[in-house]
Design a protein around this ligand. Structure first.
Ligand SMILES: Nc1ncnc2c1ncn2[C@@H]1O[C@H](COP(=O)(O)OP(=O)(O)OP(=O)(O)O)[C@@H](O)[C@H]1O
Length: 613
């Protein structure tokens, strides 16, 4: 006999199945007037309705005296005892298919239909011998043997005919599939993006990830290995006109580090011969500057791997970063907008200019405080690494290229301020060479921007002096603007934390889904009784159907991510909440808690893991 065992822990799973073999056997006994085979077992009608209308008409089961009968408040009153699982099974009275009961079942004579004798006139009493009159004679039904075990039996003709005999006449109706969705608390099926990271951010991060993992182009004749870096890929076109970096040509490559596997940006200066080893001392200082608006310097070395004397400085790599020049100043091709080719709006907003001024000021201040000078405050060397997020790149290279032990740092710092001023003009006028025609630049600035921006730009390009410092520039920016910038950053931080929260549980759920993947549908278990419809692991299959394969009342698949997430989260935490699992043939149901499903899955997975070792 097959056995539908429960999970090994003391389970409160309640199995509700179609008529059992026991019932089938009991019926002929009744007809013969034989004694009940199990007088100790309480009649299920008493359990459910508090009375049994067949009590005096041959019902086999035990009916307690009236004083002891109490109608349960709900069909599942509190935790059910293990005994409950052996209670006589529930027999659905509904026909399986659309049919006219009268056409299939001989109508019972009036007197054969017992009149309700209980106080609960409203309900149809459970008839322990009534089989559903199915026109599907080969329908597989679960039955129970004398040991209380369940097995799958063919629904034989005898049973069918008996069922037909005991089946009260029914009205014909269209059979609907079970409303699976009604078995759980309704969960909104509106899928809101709040379940996951926002689309825009996800797309952005996805693109960055793709860029980091993009395979290097073959055929560029680049070295396969360079001082612990490999997979070099140029970040700029090597063909066409090339601008010089001071007096040298330079190229930026993305490369992977053999040490930590991370990507780095390597700026190579071609044909550079290092004259003083001391020139590298500035790189050491630069590598200690951690600032949110500075691309971090990692290391510098010279190499002959490119078949020349090259200087290489390694920086943090910011995928898909663009220079300020590429982002705002470079002429862009017109785009189609509302059916017409239109040039993209070129002027930066006042707020954006202020946020750029504040970020660059902050970076310059950090560098000056470290006793260094940036030496390259230029739109082509400042990267935009996120929305309005700037980072000064190429730091430290000028210190190596133009090393001069006697150079005064304060002079270089004053030069930083002047370069900063030229950058503000370039950004406001959308022209790298805006400073060359100062009156025109001032005119454009006066038209589009506040006088405060113009004053800062003029101050920055004014004559150097001991009181002209970056701190003074920050003073001129005004506390309120700096505070507004700080507010914006904190709001952005909150938003990012929110996005992070929405992804927090995903790793957990993926691990759970992996477990499911490992244990479900394993071909080697196809013949194992524990996984069959009568085995304890069948519960896992039913749960999988409950989570993923629900259908609505019209038989259409329910694709509801909220439901899946809710179920998986409850499963993972092993809640006591109960759900009703229904077999695919809708002939048996199992009321089971998430905790029990969880222990089933854990046991199945540990079995697999043990064998795999
Ligand atoms: N640390 C970095 N992380 C990511 N990308 C970078 C990094 N440094 C530079 N890049 C990218 O490499 C490309 C080339 O940089 P580069 O500084 O040479 O700019 P450029 O506009 O080509 O200037 P130039 O014409 O002076 O060489 C740019 O698109 C820039 O965005």
């Amino acid at each position: 006999m097959a056995f539908f065992s429960r999970p090994q822990s003391a389970s409160s799973a309640v199995k509700i199945v179609s008529p059992t073999e026991l019932d089938d056997k009991a019926k002929p006994q009744l007809k013969k007037g034989g004694p009940p085979d199990s007088p100790q077992r309480q009649c299920r009608n008493i359990l459910i309705y508090g009375s049994c209308r067949f009590q005096d008409k041959g019902c086999l089961y035990y009916h307690p005296p009236v004083c002891c009968k109490a109608r349960p408040e709900s069909p599942l009153p509190g935790p059910l005892s293990a005994h409950a699982v052996n209670a006589p099974v529930f027999v659905p009275k509904a026909p399986l298919n659309t049919f006219s009961a009268s056409s299939l079942i001989p109508a019972l004579p009036q007197d054969a239909s017992p009149s309700p004798s209980s106080n609960y006139q409203g309900h149809n009493d459970y008839d322990p011998y009534a089989h559903q009159a199915s026109n599907d004679a080969v329908l597989s039904m679960e039955s129970q043997d004398h040991n209380g075990q369940f097995q799958v039996d063919e629904y034989d003709d005898t049973a069918a005919s008996l069922g037909a005999f005991y089946q009260p006449p029914q009205n014909s109706y269209v059979r609907q599939p079970l409303d699976y969705h009604l078995y759980t608390h309704p969960i909104s099926d509106s899928f809101t993006p709040s379940h996951f990271i926002g689309d825009a951010l996800r797309e952005e991060l996805q693109k960055r990830s793709e860029t980091i993992r993009a395979a290097p182009v073959l055929g560029l004749n680049l070295p396969g290995e360079l001082q612990g870096y490999h997979s070099l890929a140029p970040l700029e076109s090597l063909a066409g006109d090339r601008r010089k970096f001071f007096s040298w040509y330079s190229t930026v490559y993305r490369a992977s580090s053999s040490t930590d596997g991370a990507s780095y940006a390597l700026r190579r200066i071609e044909n550079f011969r290092l004259m003083h080893q001391a020139a590298f001392s500035a790189i050491e200082t630069w590598s200690h500057i951690h600032h949110p608006n500075i691309v971090r310097v990692r290391e510098a070395f010279t190499t002959r791997t490119f078949n020349d004397n090259s200087l290489v400085v390694a920086y943090d790599y910011h995928p898909n970063a663009q220079t300020l020049y590429e982002t705002h100043i470079k002429q862009k091709a017109p785009v189609f907008h509302q059916g017409r080719l239109q040039a993209l709006p070129s002027n930066l907003s006042e707020d954006t200019v202020w946020t750029y001024i504040i970020q660059i000021s902050s970076a310059i201040r950090a560098v000056h405080e470290a006793g260094l000078a940036v030496r390259m405050v230029d739109a082509t060397k400042i990267l935009v690494t996120g929305k309005n997020r700037l980072r000064i790149s190429s730091c430290g290279i000028a210190d190596v290229l133009m090393y001069d032990g006697r150079q005064e740092i304060s002079m270089l710092q004053q030069e930083d301020l002047a370069m900063f001023g030229r950058l503000v003009f370039a950004l406001c006028c959308n022209n790298l060479a805006a400073m060359n025609t100062l009156p025109k630049a001032l005119d454009v600035m006066g038209r589009f921007y506040s006088v405060d921006i113009k004053n800062i730009a003029l101050y920055l390009i004014s004559k150097p002096g001991p009181h002209k410092t970056i701190s003074q520039v920050i003073e001129m920016t005004g506390k309120s603007r700096v505070l507004r910038e700080m507010d914006g950053m904190q709001i952005s931080l909150d938003r990012m934390e929110g996005e992070l929260m929405s992804e927090l549980e995903n790793g957990r759920l993926v691990r759970l889904l992996c477990k499911f993947g490992f244990i479900n549908e394993r071909p080697e278990f196809a013949r194992e009784p524990r996984w069959s419809e009568t085995g304890d692991r069948y519960i896992i299959k039913l749960f999988r159907d409950y989570v993923f394969h629900q259908v609505d009342e019209n038989g259409n698949p329910v694709v509801n991510l909220s439901h899946v997430l809710a179920c998986l989260n409850k499963l993972d935490s092993g809640t006591e909440e109960r759900i009703m699992l229904v077999s695919r043939d809708e002939q048996s149901c199992l009321v089971v808690s998430y905790k029990e499903v969880k222990s089933c899955i854990d046991a199945a997975f540990s079995d697999l893991a043990r064998v795999s070792r």
